[in-house]
Design a binder for this molecule. Structure first.
Ligand SMILES: C[S@@+](CC[C@H](N)C(=O)[O-])C[C@H]1O[C@@H](n2cnc3c(N)ncnc32)[C@H](O)[C@@H]1O
Length: 221
């Protein structure tokens, strides 16, 4: 899996660096960053420009080639950003090291998202925020099936288009506070909290009724 990303680093910006990246939404989501922050899977660093300059941010990625590319953008960034090579499925950070964790198109790419969410839960402070900009499987049967079919092809490049990322986050113990639809119920901006007190309510769902994300039913109470 790591070698896939080493290979993809070369042409990543060319293939994935377009305006389709929804910079305005990412800036708004990343604007909610508070305190010590982990940026999970920084890739070539295209999204560094959307990060706030105040907080201490540690950005990790498993791929050395991706990190090499991101170095130029990290150096141009006015904030306090540190790049670290690491595997999201087993990170070197102590329990409760971070106040905020940010992900951007990461959960489609890691081999075992459940394991990653467990790690994120461990390294996040109680009460800490998880801010995710992620694409996932649609609950619309036709769109869901299309994403299943697309995954047969994209999986070869390390990308799964049909994951149930929101449910997996909740199963790992995150309480979802807000979900904003960026594109139907496929690309979502999500704010969740590590809240050991329990409770699974969503405070705010900003998307058309028909495209409501595929949430476990109890989440919508
Ligand atoms: C689709 S890219 C997204 C990169 C960046 N966030 C962006 O939006 O451009 C997925 C990234 O996840 C990284 N990755 C895959 N598996 C990983 C793992 N187990 N731990 C850390 N990073 C991983 C890849 O190296 C790659 O940079």
């Amino acid at each position: 899996m790591r070698s896939t990303w080493e290979r993809r680093a070369r042409l990543y910006d060319l293939c994935e660096g377009s305006d389709l990246r929804r910079g305005v939404h990412k800036k708004a989501l990343f604007g909610r960053i508070l305190g010590r922050t982990l940026f999970l899977a920084v890739g070539t660093g295209i999204d560094i420009r959307h990060l706030p300059v105040g907080p201490l941010i540690v950005a990790i990625d498993i791929s050395r080639a991706m990190l090499e590319k991101s170095r130029i953008r990290a150096e141009a960034f006015a904030g306090n950003l540190h790049l670290v090579q690491g595997d999201a499925m087993g990170m070197c950070f102590r329990d409760g090291s971070f106040d905020t964790i940010v992900t951007s198109c990461t959960m489609c790419s890691v081999p075992d998202p459940a394991r990653v969410f467990k790690e994120l839960h461990r390294v996040l402070n109680p009460g800490g925020r998880l801010l995710m900009f992620e694409h996932m499987r649609s609950r619309n049967p036709i769109l869901g099936a299309v994403l299943d079919l697309m995954t047969i092809v994209t999986r070869r490049g390390g990308t799964e288009m049909n994951r149930h990322t929101l449910s997996t986050a909740m199963e790992a113990g995150f309480r979802v506070l807000a979900v904003e639809s960026i594109f139907l119920d496929i690309i979502l901006a999500v704010e969740a909290v590590k809240d050991d007190a329990g409770g699974r309510q969503i405070r705010q769902v900003v998307c058309p009724d028909w495209s409501r994300p595929s949430l476990p039913r109890e989440a919508l109470h």
